[in-house]
Design a protein around this ligand. Structure first.
Ligand SMILES: CC(C)(COP(=O)(O)OP(=O)(O)OC[C@H]1O[C@@H](n2cnc3c(N)ncnc32)[C@H](O)[C@@H]1OP(=O)(O)O)[C@@H](O)C(=O)NCCC(=O)NCCS
Length: 398
């Protein structure tokens, strides 16, 4: 103790040290070549460090990305590489870095930030709400997969992962417009993030990626010698195409099971299966955490399912510009302005973030006791305005 921790930008020359620090805090062995390979995300990020003299004691990276929200794409910070040395824990280092990161993001005009949390207890205090959930599916493919949905019979083809982005990128972009929660992927993101030759985190010991393409959908998967097909990305523009892709994945020779560790909560496959025991939901867990850095900016940028007006009293002790009463008009020309009117609902910025993509209901949070409804029926009306046809879903690792 007693030393002064300096919060400042991490130069590109220190990216290798960031990989080492991430290895330390996440208990991952860092091997030769990892500095080059694993550092690509932080090289394109804003990097905030906590330096104790010459020691990099803490770090946060914020990658500028575009997030699909209902009806729009928003500039966002995709936050990653969060860590503090075990010798420097619980002294407010993370808090200082998060404050700096949020200020930088606001200055860059990014209304939202998103992250995957390794520990769910950390980020609520920084104004993040759990905005999406995900399920993990397993298909018993030791016998033919019987589906109630008639598959689209147009032919499937395998494409080279090196050039797959050109083919599947436009399909993915259309899917993002239909279902909020994902990130717009550029070429590097596809190549290094989605289709790297090896994927030690989500598919350790599996083959290189295979990309199977349909005219209106695709799947990325890897296999292993234990007869498992691991699906890491699957997009289909119609249920019939979805059925065709799952039927293909479940029929690969010398495999007995298909695992899809990250699927949307409203995935059709469990309902398509003629025998519900053949497709099992293994896990339902919190996924993406979202922070509204600019509450009015974020609220007027998304599309709304109904036209209505609300006075929202927002609590935000970390971003004072969000704090206070807002008159929100939803509908085709959304508006959000300060008001002195009596609130219909009082809620924290974190809970507003949780409902923002349509994945969590305001009425649920009222029942939980964290959102206060002053005007009877206001929570249900806000749910109706927030509603989205497809559950929000994020399938980008960062
Ligand atoms: C999580 C981590 C970044 C926290 O860093 P830190 O500098 O110790 O955090 P701070 O001292 O700023 O703590 C801020 C607050 O968060 C709380 N907190 C920190 N880590 C926590 C944890 N793992 N679980 C619950 N609360 C935690 C602190 O108690 C403190 O609470 P307070 O404001 O009520 O006093 C650090 O412990 C770490 O590197 N852990 C391993 C890697 C990791 O989990 N990274 C997050 C990846 S998403």
């Amino acid at each position: 103790m007693g030393t002064v921790i300096e919060i400042r930008e991490i130069p590109e020359a220190d990216v290798g040290r960031m990989v080492d620090l991430a290895g330390m805090v996440f208990h991952v062995r860092v091997e030769e070549g990892d500095h080059e390979r694993d550092g690509w995300r932080v090289r394109r990020a804003g990097r905030i460090g906590a330096y104790d003299g010459g020691t990099l004691a803490g770090q946060v990276a914020a990658i500028p990305m575009r997030l699909a929200v209902p009806g729009a794409f928003l500039d966002c910070s995709a936050v990653t590489y969060v860590g503090v040395l075990p010798t420097h824990r619980r002294r407010g280092v993370l808090t200082s870095m998060m404050e700096r990161m949020h200020a930088d993001a606001a200055a860059a005009g990014r209304p939202v930030a998103v992250l995957w949390a390794s520990q769910g207890a950390i980020y609520g205090r920084y104004g993040y709400g759990l905005a999406t959930r995900a399920i993990s599916l397993e298909v018993d493919s030791s016998r033919p997969l019987r589906l109630r949905t008639v598959p689209d019979e147009r032919p499937l083809r395998l494409v080279d992962p090196a050039s797959a982005a050109e083919v599947v990128g436009p399909i993915h972009n259309r899917a993002l417009a239909a279902r909020p929660g994902g990130l717009v992927r550029d070429d590097e993101w596809w190549k290094r993030g989605i289709l790297p030759p090896a994927d030690p985190e989500t598919a350790p010991g599996f083959t290189e990626p295979r990309v199977v393409v349909h005219p209106a959908g695709y799947a990325v998967y890897r296999t292993n010698e234990e007869e498992t097909v691991r699906v890491t990305d699957l997009v289909a523009e119609t249920p019939a195409v979805e059925a065709a892709l799952w039927r293909y994945l479940a029929s690969i020779d010398l495999t007995r099971r298909v695992q899809a560790p990250n699927r949307p909560v409203d995935d059709l496959l469990p309902h398509m299966a003629a025998d519900p025991d053949q497709v099992v939901v293994k896990k339902d867990a919190g996924a993406l955490w979202l922070r509204l850095l600019d509450v009015p900016g974020a609220l007027v940028s998304r599309s709304w399912a109904t036209g209505d007006t609300f006075v929202l009293e927002v609590r935000d002790d970390r971003v004072p510009a969000n704090e206070g009463r807002w008159r929100l008009a939803t509908g085709t020309a959304p508006a959000c302005d300060r008001t002195a009117g009596e609130p219909d609902l009082t809620l924290s910025a974190a809970d507003l973030a949780a409902v923002y993509l349509g994945g969590m209901r305001v009425t649920t949070l009222v029942r939980v006791g964290v959102v206060t409804e002053h005007t009877p029926g206001a929570a249900a009306r806000l749910d109706a305005a927030l509603a989205v046809p497809l559950a929000p879903y994020m399938n980008d690792d960062f």
